[in-house]
Design a protein. Structure first.
Length: 125
């Protein structure tokens, strides 16, 4: 049996502190904590946007290129994500898609649909 040194005790304490900090960070809100008792906790906006992009990529097999907009709704979130659907050369001729993704307050995807398609080099009139 070996005796633990004081430095071993400190090393053992660090992971607990780190784990607590990570747990605290996971429960943070976006600063708009105006919910009533019994309502679920919403996730911070950057984490919600990553969740929307990642889940769309996984389900639709598309690579998100950018977020055009997002909005908090009573049901959770609505996020507009641009993806390249058909790559072409030159890049300005690639076919893009704008997808509207809906998430619940915890960041779980509840649906998505393509709102429009357009060539990358074209602008709205």
């Amino acid at each position: 049996m070996t005796a633990k040194s004081e430095s071993d005790d400190k090393a053992d304490a660090k992971p607990d502190t780190k784990a607590k900090a990570e747990t605290d960070a996971e429960t943070e809100t976006d600063g708009n904590d105006d919910r009533k008792d019994g309502e679920s906790v919403t996730i911070p906006v950057p984490r919600m946007l990553r969740a929307a992009r990642d889940q769309l990529a996984e389900l639709a097999g598309l690579r998100p290129e950018g977020v055009s907009g997002f909005e908090r709704t009573p049901e959770g979130w609505t996020v507009e994500i641009e993806v390249e659907e058909i790559p072409r050369v030159p890049e300005t001729m690639s076919v893009m898609g704008l997808y509207v993704v809906t998430l619940d307050p915890e960041g779980n995807l509840t649906g998505y649909r393509r709102a429009r398609r357009y060539e990358r080099g074209r602008t709205d009139s």
